[in-house]
Each structure stands twice: as structure tokens, then as C-alpha cells.
Design a protein around this ligand. Sequence first.
Ligand code: SAH
Length: 361
Amino acid sequence: MGDELNTTTQEKKKTQLKGMTLDELKNFFTSIGKPRFRGEQIFNWMYNHLVSDYDDMSNVPKVLRNELKEITELKALEYHSSEVSPITGTKKYIFQTPDNLKIESVVIPEDKRTTLCISTQVGCPLDCAFCATGVMGYKRNLTAGEIFDQYLLAAKEYGKDVITNIVYMGMGEPLLNYNNTMKSVRIFAEELTTGISQKKVTISTAGIAPKIRELAESNIKIKLAFSLHSCFEDIRSKIMPINNKYSLKQNIEALKYYAKRTGMRITFEYVMLKGINDRDEDATALIGLCSEMPSKVNIIPFNSLKHIEPTGLAGEIEPTPIQKIDEFVDKLREKNITVMIRDTQGEDIVAACGQLAYKLN
Ligand code: SAH
């Protein structure tokens, strides 16, 4: 009987501290009868000094360290494997969650910055026809600790000062995991955090209109990218089934609201899909949409999904040829629209963080 009780006590779930904001950490220490400044110390060790072992926390008394080891957890993800593109230096990490699921993060070195692309869900429920993550299905939301740990693990290897930009463009739909995603963003924005400023953080969404509004009303000012991919409701619904739930019209209103409230321009992401969204009328419609709000366009060459042999529409989608992409871009530029063409860096290693590589400003 006594033994059974002991086992139960030992198996009591430890409190995960990684992923807590500064306030949450301070409150945690209050809840266990310790001074609040311990919260600041742990915050600094975890997020600024990239430490995830209590024994490395020199200003925390040994007795307290031992107590914390018993009741808390500091590790969220484990390194599993990685692959580096010999051509571009793009590095894809596979990290493993405590329940043995795999997620991806990608580090993309560019001239003047290094961008880290992070995941917010294991798999994705949205099932966009052109996306590898969709084909793989949906497992679960990541915790705030698992989201933030992708940064901490990459920063540990590259150095905090090297990673300059964060894009929430990996596996999953960030706005469907709103609370955990925002908690991780808040840690970047916290007064004690050194390193990444809010302006260097971008969230990309397939369009969850009510959450775009909620984000606009939060006091967090980050960049918002919208996966547009077609300006026509019927075509967009075909390639992005979420459009049946939150229409383009609803999303456009929400994006205008976001731009107005935050004073920031919206990035329209546009994956070039042959015969689907690369026609003259698509360019004309896109030009029209850009005139409705402060915005810019990121043109993304489609990374083929052939390697995963998808069925249905996904199996039929082809990339728009480069020359045609250039013509499409010229049409937009003639109307003074700011357009970037994203590099297909990392294609050689299938940087399948949503299968991407980026050139976000
Ligand atoms: N769910 C979010 C973020 C993840 S995807 C969103 O939809 O925005 C990040 C970006 O990669 C999106 O613009 C997405 O449409 C794009 N993408 C997905 N699959 C792609 C592929 N095979 N080739 C090029 N871009 C792709």
C-alpha cells in the first residue's frame, strides 16, 4: 500500500517551466512559496543563457535546484537529426517530442540575416492540396515550450546573435494553436529577453479570420503573412479547403483591420501553381487586392510533392515555369506593387518546413 502511494507520488506530472512567460514563472515560484525573483533567474537561464540543466544555474541555491528537479521539467524537445544543404547552407532539423513525434525546423542563412522557420503543430489539419504537411495529416498542437524550444535548440548551435528572424511557417497552422503560439511570441517580446525583437517575428496563416482579429487586438506587434494563393473564392476553396469555413472575403476584412490597427503591411504569400493561379486574370485580381490595404507580395515557386506521391488534386498540381513566373511578377511590378520572389533554397534537402525557403522582409 505504502509502495503504491510512493509510486503514484513519483509519477506525479512535473510542471513544465519551458514555455512559461515571465509572469507565469514568477507566479509559479509564488505558488511553491519561493520569492518571485527566482522566476526572473530561471527565465534568464532558460531563454537567454540557453541552459536546460539546473546544475548549470550558478545563482540558484543547490537545495532549491534539487527541489526543482523533483517537481519541474525544463526539457521540451530532443534533437533527433539534421540535414544541411551543401549548396545554400540551409539546415533542416528534426526534433522529437516527449511522446516521440517528429517536427521540423529550418535555419536559412541569407546575406544579412539568418531566419529560423518553426512549427506550431505536429502535422496540420488544413489539408491544402499543394502542401506536404497537409498530406501527412494532423497529430496534435505543440505546447508553448515545444514551440519555443525549436528556437533555443537552434540558437544553441548557431548562437543567439546569429538567428535574426523567426517565421512561424513550419508544420501546422499557428492560428489554430493560438494560445501556445502567442505564448511563445510573448517570450520573444518579454522585457528580459535578449535577441529577437517583435518586428523580426512573422506569423503565416492560411486564414482563420476571427483569430486574425484577435491578434490585431492583442498588444503584440508582429508581422502577418497571409497564404493567399488565389484571389477567387472558388479556386481558393479547391486548393485550400479552410476557405469554405473562413472565406477570402472574411479574411480580407480581418487583414484590413489588422493593417489598420497595427500600422503594419500584410504580406501576401502566393505559391505559383500552373494553370490554377498564374493566369492574366489572376495577376489582375492580385493587383486589385493589393490596392485595398498596405501590402506586399511574396511569390513562392511551388516545391513539387512528387516525392510523396500524393493522390487526387495534389497529384496533378505542377509548378508554374520560371519564365511565366517572371512575366507574372512583371505585371505586378508595372503597377508598383512590392514583390519578392522567394528563393527555392534547401530544395535539394527537401526543406519540408511546409517545404519552404524564404525571403521575408
Ligand atoms: N499554415 C500556415 C503556415 C505553414 S505553411 C500557412 O498556411 O500560412 C507556410 C507557407 O508555405 C504557406 O504560404 C504555404 O502555403 C506554403 N507552402 C506549403 N506547401 C508548399 C509547397 N509545396 N511549395 C511552396 N510553398 C508551399
